[in-house]
Design a protein around this ligand. Sequence first.
Ligand SMILES: Cc1cc2nc3c(=O)[nH]c(=O)nc-3n(C[C@H](O)[C@H](O)[C@H](O)COP(=O)(O)OP(=O)(O)OC[C@H]3O[C@@H](n4cnc5c(N)ncnc54)[C@H](O)[C@@H]3O)c2cc1C
Length: 595
Amino acid sequence: MSREIPKGCAFLTDEVCSERIFAPEDFTEDQKMFAQTAANFMQKEVMPRVEQLENKEFDEMVKVLRKSAEIGLTMIDIPEKYGGLEVDKTTSMIVTENMSTYSGWATTYGAHTGIGLWPLLYFGTEEQKQKWLPKIGSAEVIAAYALTEPGSGSDALAAKTKAELTADEQHFVLNGTKMWITNAGFADLYTVFAQVEGDKFTAFLVEAEREGVNPGEEEEKLGLHGSSTRELQLENVKVPVDNVLGEIGKGHKIAFNILNIGRFKLGVGSLGGAKHTLKLAAEYAQEREQFGRPIAEFGAIRSKLAQMASKLYGLEAMCYRVAGYMDRSLEVLDAEADDYPQQVMKAIEEFAVEDSIMKVVGSEVLDFVADETVQIHGGMGYSAEYAAERIYRDVRINRIFEGTNEINRMLIPGMILKRTMKGELDLFDQIQKVELALSESQKPTPPPQEDDPEMAFEQFVTEQSKKLGVYCANQAIQKHMADLRERQEILIDLADIISQVYAMDSSVARTRQLVDRDGLEATRVQRAATKLVLAEGFETVRQRSERLLYNLADGEELNQHLEAFEKLTFFPRIDVISLWEVVAEAVLERARYPF
Ligand SMILES: Cc1cc2nc3c(=O)[nH]c(=O)nc-3n(C[C@H](O)[C@H](O)[C@H](O)COP(=O)(O)OP(=O)(O)OC[C@H]3O[C@@H](n4cnc5c(N)ncnc54)[C@H](O)[C@@H]3O)c2cc1C
């Protein structure tokens, strides 16, 4: 079964492997060429300048940004008619991944080509686009996004910056303070959010050269020293009414939609950063000797490398699956239609749940990889002489920006419930099926654990996890109804279950496709990585579900839930240690992410 237009969250209701998903194994020659171009650019132009950039030599950063423009890397999302390349979403994400080997650069480049560009790209008028897009594409104009304020971060709509219409109705006058603005040290154009008439949240395009636009001093940060972050004071800044972006009072649509795709980009950027970090860890493990042997020979180190690689395999499957869905959805749109940009936004919004999942999982996998890379480096991991120290500091921000991981976790079940209520997702049908199956079954007989081309065991574990998640979601809805949105601990546990189910479902589907193509023997390492994704995913699902059920019921009702829990978790566990060995061997053989 393969829908013509892919649906967001379908992984919750469709059976695993019921449709072909897009995966890195499907990259076209063109897409691989973009990956290589971006990787070469990083190696030749960015990495040799890390020290200068870490010392906040931002003139150098601007120079490199313009160099990247010369080979088209800043115009990948910009339509051809404005001088851009307008590649598909998959290619755009491939470039993002390969541009993420140094966080200071990735954040600068990401703000310019992402949150800085997209509001104009998707919500600008034809005149606004003609005026600015070509210059953003060539990096003559550097873009930034100013949403956060001292008093409003997660609660972005509570912004206090004011925009007042002048008496002649030709201008707005902006007053307020924005905070934590990436690229503010050298940006030329800001998307600024402000309240019109007190509460009409609205976006404006504000040129840095306008009187009253005053960036503050560079923030002293834990990491990301190569990325400029400043406060932005707006003092009586007069902007023409033509600089209003989108509609007055509809700024929230811009802010939220841009955050959706920003989260996707952050997930993919985390993948790129983590692959690079794993390479450093694998290389160091092979160089460093203790007790007369390279530390790479010790199981304690090998298991870390294996965990890093298998988590990345899962993340990669999740990310490119969504990229493929987005491209399929965008392909059928009429690019000549007047509302084409809005249709694009809608198609992207369809995957808002997956975007939040990739943001949360991506940032946490990257944190795990950075942390274990420091550990593998021992004392040297704590020394500024090695990149591991900087990476450890740099990556921490990813759990905070683009919506904190707490906010994103709460959004995941929240959006799923909303989709269910609107009839966009058949969760209730799924709940009924699970309840029926449970009432009819005793303990299910699991398929054999040996490897088989159908990957029956892997599919079984994924399906059982899905059922357990659906079962728990139903109990939470039954108990709390509309109040569920106030029960954050429950929402967060549900988010973790859903995220792990998505990781399992995507990894199994990806590997099954590979087995179909290359056979069992050639896919031994991928199958091992997939089972590790399953083992970790199932453990999280099991632990969170049990915790939820104990909270949601007691007495006889709890006993009934625990009976269901037993049925759904009754199958042989996975021999994780043997699988670590298979994946670690592959990591060390290539001294990098092995897939
Ligand atoms: C280096 C850096 C670069 C940045 N770049 C930009 C940029 O370019 N443009 C821009 O506009 N912003 C930018 N930001 C701002 C960033 O997006 C915010 O920091 C982020 O949204 C969190 O807001 P906050 O810092 O006000 O934290 P708060 O919102 O105060 O959150 C504090 C804690 O409370 C939790 N919390 C908040 N609300 C809730 C709730 N309802 N329920 C449960 N927990 C809650 C949060 O999860 C967090 O753990 C940047 C920040 C940094 C540090």
